[in-house]
Every structure is written in C-alpha cells, then in structure tokens.
Design a protein around this ligand. Structure first.
Ligand code: NAD
Length: 478
C-alpha cells in the first residue's frame, strides 16, 4: 500500500491545502527504520489567524445547520473511513509503528465513534419548565463555539476522530493540531470529512511548533473550548493558558493503570488477556495496564507464566503480518523505558523478561516484565508509556485498593476476580474514570471515556462527550 500524494502532510485552512514545500517544515520519521518518510509544514502566525477567522465564520454557518444534516456528514465520513480502511491503516502503521492488524482495529473503532456521534447530533435537547399563569422557562443547549484541539500520536486516526466528531455533531467549528509525528494519518482523516461534504470553514488542520500554536489559538477571542489528548504536564500547561479566558475544556491525560488480580480469577484467561492488552501498541496507550498487583497465593505462578508468554511475543515492523509488537513511536520512548528498567533493577527489582532495546535500525524495545518493583522506583510512580509490566504481590483487598489509589493518576483500572462482593467494592472504591472487571475494554462509543485526578477533566464519547461541547442557557419568558 502506498501513501498517495493526496495524503502528504499538509495544513488545511479555509478550505485550502498548504504543503511542506510552501512552508518551513520538519521531518516525519518511520519508527521501524529511523528513516525520513516525509516533511510536515509548519503553520505561520498568519495561517493561524486565517484558521481562526475561518473557524468563526464556520461556526456561524454550522451552528444553524440542522442536526440531521450534521449527522449525515458524520455518517458519510464513517462510511469513507470504512471504505479506505486499508490505506488508512498503511499510513498509520508507517508513521506510528503499530502492527497493521491493530491499525485496522483502530480504524473500525474510529468509524464506530463517528456513527455514534452522527446519531447524537439529533439528540441535543433542552428542557421546558412550566411557570404559574402560563409562563415558562426554557433550558437551551447550544454549541459552545470554535474549539482548539490538540492530540497525541499514539492513536493517529482515532485521536483525530475523537476530537472532530463531537465538535461537529454539537454544531461547533474546530481547529485541530494533531501530532507532527503522525501528520499523514490526520490528513487522510480530514480528506474523509472533506469528501463527506463538511463545509470548508468548519474544520481546520494545522501543524507547527506545538507551544507556539497552542499559545496563539488559546489566547484568541474566537476560541471557546480547549480539547487536549496528551501528557499530564502539557495538559496542566494548556489548562493554565485556557484559564485566562475561562473557556470550556476537556483534558484526556496520562495514566498508570493498576491491575488487581485475585487468586480466584480464571488464571489462563487472565494471563492471555493481559499479555495482549499490555503490549498492544508497544504499551503506548494511556489506559495500558502498568502496575500489576497479584494476590500472594498466585504471585509466583502468575509472574512465571506472564513472563513466558511475554518472551514469546514477536517484535518487528508493523507491516510484517507475524508481528505482535511494533517499534516504539519515536526515539524518546526507548530512552525513557531503558532509564526506568535500570532504575528499578538498581533498586532491587527482578527482571523476568526483556529489558533491552533491539539492535539495528528503528526504535524497537523488548516487551519487558519486572517483578517486585520497589514502590520508590521511577516506573512505579511515573507513567511508563511503553512495553513495561511491573508486578508486586498483595494480601488483602484493602491493601490492593490502597496501592491502586496511591498515585495522582486516575484513568483506568482492571480487576480480575470471580467474587461478586469484591467486584462491587472495587468498582466503588477505585479512584479512576474507568474500571474494567474481568475484561480490558475501556472504550465504547456510547460510554464516557476519561480520567479523574490528574488524568483528566471531562470525558469523550457517550452523551457526556457531546455535552462537553455545549453551553447551557436559561430563558425565562412570560
Ligand atoms: P505530549 O503531551 O508531549 O504530546 C502529546 C501531544 O501534545 C503531541 O501531539 C504534542 O505535539 C502535543 N503538545 C506538546 N506540547 C504542546 C503544547 N505546548 N501545546 C499544544 N500541544 C502540545 O506527550 P508525548 O510524550 O508526545 O505523548 C505521550 C503522552 O500522551 C503520554 O503521557 C500519554 O499518557 C498521553 N496520552 C494520553 C491519552 C489519553 O487519552 N488520556 C492518549 C494518548 C496519549
């Protein structure tokens, strides 16, 4: 599958595509080889001003477009994404590194999110409150205005779709800055929206120096909402920029997901599920399971079998159909994981699998399992965002819950037990936005996806994701 000229990294402003030849640019790197794939253009300050003007015009037009017409565009975009799944997957794998099968799964997930939002565009309701003598109050829900959105490279298709689809379902316009590391994926998604009939001013796509772009867009009077997917430190920084104009915001930030495994679990199924889930996308997933608390009675057995299955995973380029885990997405990640492994083993942890980079080109790192990771090790406190599983034993449920809630992160948690009382207590007491019991699926288009504590603010997907793009107004009339 080739990347067509059509999807070469470009900026899309006021319905015009601007290529890397027309602007300053930076290289886009293939994580499987370390070689250059393409160049991505940087938007100038004047491009950003044009994008803001267009977003303002687009908002006025789109907010008065009926919900069924907005939904129809989303439905057509979903159909195009399904139709183009093979070429989209090839682009995502080349830029980001994940195995092709995972990229295809991501694309189906993106289409499902679009289809859900197409329906939600028709379900934006208010309330009527009857008053004495025939008067009444109306509670109106209206689109908040132009959205400035920024997202990470780890799901180069779905992250883009998760930003654009609720905004346009709600009647907002959007200026999106996806990652400069996966630009062609975002361009290919934008082509689906354009070909689906989205009017030119409603969505703009820009790339550049992230901090310059966010400062420019978030200080502009036109921008009424911030939506960000990325790390906790950048999320906090954007939160402070957005505070200056008190705009609405949704922040999907990092996580450090605890996994609590009790001795009554179905051990075979639990290990199979968790090895697959841990090393999906080389662990570069915000909801990736990272801190495995295993009950004492099965700790040694779990560690031995989990490590053996991990060692059997085939690591290689994402385009190889045999590959179960691809390279890490950029040169920052292997450095970070290597430092975490060294720090944990220096402090007395046992390395059960992996622990090293692979020789040769690209950013490959072995799937890694560490047992008895000390609580003061770097990896037990900072999000690894890589192929690293950290195991520790626990005794009673109270101890496991205390460990799970120990960090300021609060995105996802996983629990494996057959005991209904334990399941209820875990669902109630774990401090995360999503708790999975005997499964690992956190993302459903109709359910809120998001974190609490420092993992985020607000949710995407579900009716909550649309509501985050609406304002509430009360109209009292006689
Ligand atoms: P990062 O926060 O530095 O970058 C994430 C994205 O934000 C990138 O596209 C980057 O270009 C952009 N960015 C960086 N600085 C910015 C700024 N000042 N203004 C605007 N945009 C800016 O993180 P990273 O190391 O590239 O990505 C990994 C992190 O992202 C992890 O911590 C991970 O948990 C987080 N993440 C979270 C989710 C989620 O849904 N919660 C999803 C994906 C990634």
């Amino acid at each position: 599958m080739t990347i067509t000229a059509d999807n070469s990294p470009s900026i899309y402003v006021s319905g015009r595509w601007i290529t890397a030849e027309q602007r300053e640019s930076e290289a886009v790197i293939d994580p499987a080889s370390g070689g250059e794939i393409s160049k991505v253009p940087h938007a100038t300050a004047s491009d950003l001003d044009h994008a803001l003007e267009s977003a303002d015009i687009g908002f006025k037009e789109w907010r008065s477009t009926p919900g069924d017409q907005r939904g129809a565009v989303l439905h057509r975009a979903a159909a195009l994404i399904r139709e183009r799944a093979d070429s989209l997957a090839a682009i995502a794998t080349r830029e980001q590194g994940k195995p092709l099968a995972e990229a295809k799964g991501e694309i189906i997930g993106a289409a499902m999110i679009l289809e859900f939002h197409a329906g939600e565009a028709m379900r934006i309701y208010g309330r009527v409150l009857p008053r004495p003598a025939g008067s009444r109050s109306l509670v109106l829900k209206q689109p908040v205005g132009p959205v400035a959105a920024f997202c990470a490279w780890n799901f180069p298709i779905i992250n883009v779709v998760r930003k654009i689809s609720p905004a346009i379902a709600a009647g907002c316009s959007i200026i999106l800055k996806p990652s400069e590391e996966t630009p062609a994926s975002a361009v290919a998604v934008m082509h689906c929206f354009v070909d689906a009939g989205l009017p030119p001013n409603v969505a703009q796509l820009v790339f550049g120096v992230p901090d310059d772009i966010s400062r420019h867009l978030l200080s502009a009077p036109q921008t009424r909402k911030l939506s960000f997917t990325g790390s906790v430190p950048v999320g906090k920084h954007l939160f402070s920029l957005a505070a200056k104009t008190v705009m609405k915001m949704t922040l999907e930030l990092g996580g450090h997901a605890p996994v609590i495994i009790f001795d009554d679990c179905d051990l075979d199924a639990t290990i199979d599920t968790l090895v697959g889930h841990k090393f999906r996308n080389a662990g570069q997933v915000c909801i990736s399971p990272t801190r495995f608390y295993v009950q004492e009675g099965i700790y040694d057995e779990f560690a031995k079998r989990f490590a053996a299955q991990t060692k059997a995973l085939k690591v290689g380029p994402g385009v190889d159909p045999e590959t179960k885990m691809g390279p890490m997405a950029n040169s920052r990640r292997p450095d970070a994981i290597e430092a975490m492994v060294e720090n944990a083993t220096d402090k007395g942890a046992r390395l059960l699998a992996g622990g090293r980079r692979l020789a040769g080109d690209g950013f490959f790192f072995q799937p890694t399992v560490i047992a008895d990771a000390p609580l003061d090790s770097l990896a037990m406190n900072e999000e690894p965002f890589g192929p690293l599983a950290l195991l520790r034993p626990f005794g009673k449920i109270e101890e496991a819950i205390e460990h799970a809630n120990r960090l300021p992160y609060g995105l996802a948690a996983y629990c494996f037990t057959q005991d209904a009382r334990r399941q209820a207590v875990l669902g109630e007491q774990i401090e995360t936005g999503m708790v999975c019991i005997n499964n690992v699926r956190t993302s459903w288009p109709d359910a809120p996806f998001g974190g609490i504590k420092e993992s985020g603010f607000g949710s995407e997907d579900g009716p909550e994701g649309i509501d985050a793009h609406l304002i509430t107004k009360a109209v009292h009339s006689n």
